[in-house]
Design a protein around this ligand. Sequence first.
Ligand code: PGA
Length: 266
Amino acid sequence: MEIIIADTQEEMSKIAADMIERQLLRKPSSVLGLATGSTPVGTYEQLVRRHKEEGLDFSKVITFNLDEYLDLSPSHEQSYRYFMDHHLFNHINVDPKNIHVPYGHAGEVEEFCEWYEDEIKRAGGIDVQILGIGADGHIAFNEPGSSLGSRTRLKTLTRQTIEDNARFFDNLDEVPRFAITMGVGTILEAKEIIILANGAKKAEIVAEAIEGPITAQVSASALQMHRQVTVIVDAEAGSKLKRADYYRWIFEEKKRLVPRLIGKVT
Ligand code: PGA
């Protein structure tokens, strides 16, 4: 893993956007795995700005989102489809038919999940997957105890996740209890993964996921088994990392000597 401790959330977002931009220049028809939540918003803002001001082209890009609440219509303001439209899709030139966000009802959820996995394969697999991390260590909605080999499926959210997400709803009862989510196994098949975290409340779990043991109790720890992961955190989220000095030193040396290798595990 490459671990980058950025000074600020803004720098974190820029580094992630730089990596995605490089990917799109290298392969305009890239398949991007996308995440919702507050963490990637700054990265999406950067990408929108680069599209509008610098012509960064998304016309051939295919996207797959990680997860979506069960039974929430795409037009619901708290649905992840709505979030993605609002923060990214409406502002770039991605072809709507290339956008995939899970959507399903309880009755047909298994068929949907199989179809979603097949669609990812048909697209040639995910080139770059963006992730956030939940306070309980989840990636997508793979709550503690999720099999490290899990595939796209229905998950019941933990109380903590429901409470964390309640800020977006009028009250706790309105927060959906179930979600369709890519599995840890699905995520690990992405060719490259960028995981982002900012803020002091993520410091503990970031350290556990990166420097602790690989365990199904912390889904993000499974990323330690992936060969091309870049962890980008701000100073607060990186504050509990034991080897922070070493990670900082690598980052400084790369900036000084070989900037093109930032985000390339070395
Ligand atoms: P956040 O959520 O970006 O809103 O902190 C992250 C997550 O739950 O994956």
